[in-house]
Design a protein around this ligand. Structure first.
Ligand code: WT7
Length: 635
């Protein structure tokens, strides 16, 4: 019997039990039966959760790209690996077969090696959603270079800090990018960032918009001529199971972004396994995940998970609203998409528009629909289920994180009965626990608590690049010996999980994970700002939006507040990116603080939500009188 695919609920429970009782046997079997290895492991897992050290498949030798591409060529060389759907619907889509992808990746890998990139070097990829993005990711992995993809919506200073944190030698970018009716000067953003990045010696530039861009002599090179000259023969690097595969930055509640490090073999096994089961992918299906490859969702379920399964995966360059709100549905129809995976924020935005946009399309190719990124509210769940899934496609609400590498809690289609707003049950190998305030595990059902995972799983992040102490402090010390997710959850009467949202200072806006601290730092750089605090408040489309409380310096007091607000938002856009802009800005004379100087965000959150009912105990505040002023000034 194979453990790779779960066929029914009974089998799910059977596999789940096996994976908990004998994790080594379970994952050993999944790994040996479904991948090609140069050499087998000595041990399936070795770990010390207290010290945050985990190793999977130690001693094994493997190359993930051989598993994504080469091993499929004999049987599926002509099968489409990637469908590229451009931003502009009038531009023809591109179908890239596994053979062609192999050729492209080998050429790119040779270009990287020619440019001096070696195993272990970090390469920053700052590209729009074009095939070159996936090809660059795979080329890095093929030669053992560590890719660090930075979402091409991030600003130049956010890009610079990510490049510097992991000391990238190279940046791969494009002249520009298309998004809806806008063109973005990506190369200009890179040029600005690189003024502060001493480690970058080479920039490779793909052509997309064909706008004229300045090229710096000795540093910048057009990618295409290099590819044209490159050979299609490339010998993949033989990697150790625990060799770094990629770094991906995510925001924390404090300080600079965390470079989550993922390694090779465990990530490979888990993303492949979860892709197969959670989307019930069948051989000729077309899978479409609308995320950007700049986020973990895109890494695991546009690139690696699908290709490891020999699937056809869609890369969509555009946005759901361009040229109109039918775009998603039109693309599903055009490419006969079978599995569609998107975010609640997109669903809510589309649900606001006329139903005709979606009803025009029968969407009969769809078999499974998925949701990711934040809790999906009941209304959005039903709209998605009724109007996109036609009440016949299982809706998989998948909970996971950049840190977890792959989906952790999710229904399996045609296996797990769904329940609106519930992520339902853990995948095999995943042991969720709910913890109370006294740090005890809460047993039984119908309970709420902080969500932790108590046993390692193959695709978990191994460290924060360059700062293992921070990794330990952030994830393994709140509840010693357990991985703390930062989320709260409830477990219902049958053991289904529902994720209720963050319990720390991370705010999820339109599915993007934003830390309060970096945004406040950006605001505080404004010369007229003395201090600031931001909180999230419920928003119809974005899930949460940002509400900023700002104390001005004397020089700011006399100034026009609308202009100040604009300047502050511009600063945030420059430092972090437009996604972090504040929806509301309230100027205040003080912030509620405890005697130890900590801002009491609970109160600020309540005011932002417009809930003045129960502020709890404010007697511990240094300045309780400020609460009244803040209430009265609410926007
Ligand atoms: C946070 C992780 C990997 C997914 C993309 C976001 C929230 C994610 C769900 C869901 C409720 C969810 C959590 C999590 N989240 N999926 N299905 N239901 N909440 O990755 O940027 O690392 O954010 O997103 O709060 O901790 P991320």
């Amino acid at each position: 019997m194979s453990y790779y695919k779960i066929k029914n609920l009974e089998q799910y429970f059977k596999h789940y039990k096996k994976s908990i009782r004998e994790p080594q046997k379970f994952w050993g079997r999944v790994a040996s039966e479904n991948f090609v290895w140069y050499q087998q492991w000595e041990k399936v897992v070795e770990y010390d959760m207290a010290d945050a050290r985990v190793e999977w498949f130690k001693g094994a030798k493997v190359n993930i790209v051989k598993n994504c591409i080469d091993r499929h060529l004999a049987k599926r060389g002509d099968k489409t690996a990637i469908i590229f759907e451009p931003n502009n619907p009038d531009e023809p889509a591109l179908h890239i077969s596994y053979n062609e992808l192999h050729e492209r990746v080998c050429k790119m890998a040779n270009v990287l090696r020619d440019q001096g990139i070696k195993k272990g070097d970090r390469v920053c990829i700052y590209l729009p959603m074009i095939p070159e993005l996936a090809v660059s990711v795979l080329a890095c992995a093929r030669i053992g270079a560590v890719h660090s993809v930075v979402f091409a919506g991030f600003s130049s200073s956010a890009l610079a800090s990510r490049i510097n944190d992991c000391e990238c030698k190279m940046v791969i970018t494009s002249d520009g990018s298309y998004r809806g009716n806008k063109t973005v000067d990506l190369k200009g953003i890179v040029d600005e960032a690189l003024q502060q990045c001493p480690t970058v010696t080479t920039v490779l530039v793909a052509k997309r918009t064909n706008e004229a861009v300045p090229m710096q002599d000795g540093r910048d090179q057009w990618l295409q001529p290099l590819l044209d000259k490159a050979s299609t023969n490339n010998v993949a690097e033989i990697m150790d199971a625990e060799d770094p595969l990629f770094i991906l930055y995510t925001s924390g509640s404090t300080g600079k972004p965390k470079g989550m490090l993922h390694t090779t073999a465990g990530y490979m096994v888990y993303t492949a396994y979860t892709f197969k089961n959670i989307f019930n992918y069948q051989d000729n299906d077309v899978f479409w995940c609308t995320a950007d490859i700049g986020w973990i969702t895109g890494h695991s379920y546009i690139v690696y998970g699908p290709l490891l399964n020999g699937a056809t995966t869609v890369i969509f360059e555009g946005v759901p609203s361009y040229p109109n709100f039918s775009r998603f549905w039109e693309v599903i129809e055009k490419h006969n998409v079978n599995q569609f995976y998107t975010a609640p924020t997109a669903i809510r935005a589309l649900a606001k528009e006329s139903l005709e946009y979606v009803q025009k399309y029968p969407l009969s190719s769809l078999k499974v629909i998925g949701s990711v990124g934040e809790p999906i509210n009941e209304e959005a769940w039903h709209w998605y289920n009724d109007h996109v899934g036609g009440k016949r496609c299982p809706l998989v609400d998948t909970w996971w994180q950049t840190e977890t590498g792959g989906i952790m809690i999710s229904p399996l289609p045609f296996v797990t009965p769904t329940k609106p707003t519930y992520a339902t049950l853990p995948l095999p190998g995943i042991q969720p626990v709910l913890m109370d305030e006294k740090r005890n595990e809460i047993e039984g059902n119908q309970v709420v608590g902080s969500l932790c995972i108590k046993y390692p799983w193959p695709s978990m992040a191994r460290t924060i690049w360059g700062d293992h102490q921070r990794f330990k402090d952030t994830y393994f010390s709140t509840f010693p010996g357990k991985y703390f997710t930062g989320d709260g959850a409830l477990r219902d009467e049958v053991g289904y999980y529902r994720i209720t949202g963050r319990v720390d200072d991370v705010i999820i806006v339109s599915g993007h994970n934003l830390g309060t601290a970096p945004i406040e730092d950006a605001i505080n750089e404004h010369p007229a700002v003395a201090e600031s605090a931001i909180v999230g408040f419920p928003h119809d489309i974005k899930g949460n939006a940002l509400y900023g409380y700002i104390i001005l310096k004397d020089i700011g007091e006399g100034r026009d507040r609308n202009n100040l607000s604009k300047e502050i938002n511009q600063l945030i856009a420059d430092q972090i990116g437009p996604i972090a802009k504040l929806d509301k800005i309230q100027f205040v004379s003080g912030l509620p603080k405890t005697r130890s100087g900590k801002i009491m965000r609970r109160i600020l959150r309540k005011v932002a939500e417009g809930d003045f009912s129960n502020f709890g105990d404010i007697s511990t505040l240094l300045n309780p009188e400020i609460v009244e002023e803040i209430k009265n000034g609410r926007l």
